[in-house]
Ligand binder design. Structure first.
Ligand SMILES: Cc1cc2nc3c(=O)[nH]c(=O)nc-3n(C[C@H](O)[C@H](O)[C@H](O)COP(=O)(O)OP(=O)(O)OC[C@H]3O[C@@H](n4cnc5c(N)ncnc54)[C@H](O)[C@@H]3O)c2cc1C
Ligand code: FES
Length: 344
């Protein structure tokens, strides 16, 4: 049906002042890449937010629910995901190219592979050159053994002087990359690390910190806390770590070391959602969301990382308890399945 508001043929997208043609039904990202613009991107399926940009004028059809990845503040400001946006008419967008300038691919070799739990592996990589990043950010990993495939993983430590980086990779049932990492002997194998990416890092402030991690979402939280301790940040911190059973808890020695050196109050609360009723678990049970309200200093700044469903529930509770949305920082570990579920 004819629409007064939607151009049927190609449209023009002006990206940071440069006009390009976008074919009918083409996404902004694919048109930009086709035009030779080094537009920031990673997953191309609406799963990572690397392609976020600000829509200054015009309208787009969104292929997926972008509120899933973008914060309320970003949505209010008109941010869109270029890989999920098909222009309806001529548009103008602004994109921060600086992130792309800092991003590069560094070759490395797997120097450590350690099972942290039955389904999480710590992968350590000795890079050929240093790769500066902020604790909390992530990189795209690709292995020679899996050509053409790359997946995003958060750095699990702050930058190290010896150019070693590490990642916590949880095996996703049926998942290609994570099953390979968890199931194969990888020591010495070549691996490419492309980064840094993401805007999950500790913002300067004095407010108490509330950190919430689920599963392998502990990786960026731990990196962020270790960097804060290194920088002698004196903010009181509460770390909630959600897991299913006791066997799913890991990195407890690192967390104890952090607590011991933290220059202010440090509370660590592991919460088990599936601890058997008769298990001798002395700690908190249930979902992390059930612990939140009781623990929450309303002045806290929150940093959350893990499965999208956990993050969404926690954000709702934080907002209900008056935590300002600009003080809630979240990194969603979306998988292909999550992205497909949202677009369905
Ligand atoms: C910013 C960011 C940071 C991340 N950091 C981490 C991290 O530190 N640690 C971590 O463990 N993970 C992290 N992830 C998740 C990680 O990137 C991968 O998505 C995850 O490891 C799964 O990859 P995979 O190749 O094993 O699974 P995939 O092969 O991509 O499959 C994922 C799931 O989708 C299903 N699936 C695949 N194809 C289809 C299809 N066509 N239809 C329906 N279902 C399908 C699979 O069965 C599986 O259940 C992060 C993700 C993001 C976006
Ligand atoms: S490249 Fe668009 S969300 Fe990942």
């Amino acid at each position: 049906m004819f629409s007064f508001f939607t151009k049927q043929g190609p449209t023009t997208a002006t990206i940071n002042g440069q006009a390009i043609r976008v074919d009918s039904k083409e996404t902004l990202l694919s048109a930009a890449l086709r035009a030779g613009i080094d537009f920031p991107h990673s997953c191309r399926v609406g799963g990572c937010a690397a392609c976020k940009c600000k829509l200054l004028s015009g309208q787009v059809k969104e292929l997926t629910e972008t509120g899933y990845l973008l914060s309320d503040e970003e949505l209010d400001q008109g941010y869109i995901l270029a890989c999920q946006s098909v222009p309806k008419n001529d548009i103008q967008v602004a994109v921060d190219m600086d992130t792309q300038l800092l991003r590069r691919t560094v070759h490395g070799r797997v120097s450590g592979q350690e099972k942290l739990t039955h389904d999480i592996t710590r992968l350590t990589v000795q890079l050929d050159a240093s790769l500066p990043y902020k604790a909390g950010q992530f990189a795209n990993l690709s292995l020679n053994a899996l050509p053409g495939i790359s997946r995003s993983y958060s750095f699990a430590t702050p930058v190290q002087a010896d150019a070693q980086v590490s990642f916590f990779v949880r095996q996703v049932p049926g998942g290609l990359f994570s099953t390979y990492i968890n199931g194969h002997h990888l020591l010495g194998q070549q691996i490419d690390v492309e980064g840094p990416q993401g805007d999950f890092w500790l913002r300067p402030a004095d407010a108490p910190l509330l950190l919430i991690a689920g599963g392998s979402g502990l990786a960026p939280i731990l990196a962020l806390l270790q960097e804060a301790a290194r920088n002698n940040i004196k903010r009181p911190a509460t770390l909630l770590f959600g897991a299913r059973e006791e066997r799913d808890l890991y990195a407890l020695a690192e967390i104890s070391a952090l607590a011991a050196q933290w220059p202010s109050e440090f509370r660590f609360i592991p919460v088990l959602s599936q601890a058997a009723a008769d298990a001798a678990w002395p700690g908190a049970r249930g979902l992390v969301t059930e612990q939140l309200a009781a623990l929450l200093p309303t002045s806290a700044h929150a940093y959350l990382c893990g499965p999208p469903a956990m993050i969404d529930s926690c954000v709702t509770i934080l907002r209900q308890h008056g935590v300002a949305r600009e003080h809630i920082h979240a990194d969603r570990f979306t998988t292909l399945q999550d992205a497909l579920a949202v677009s369905a």
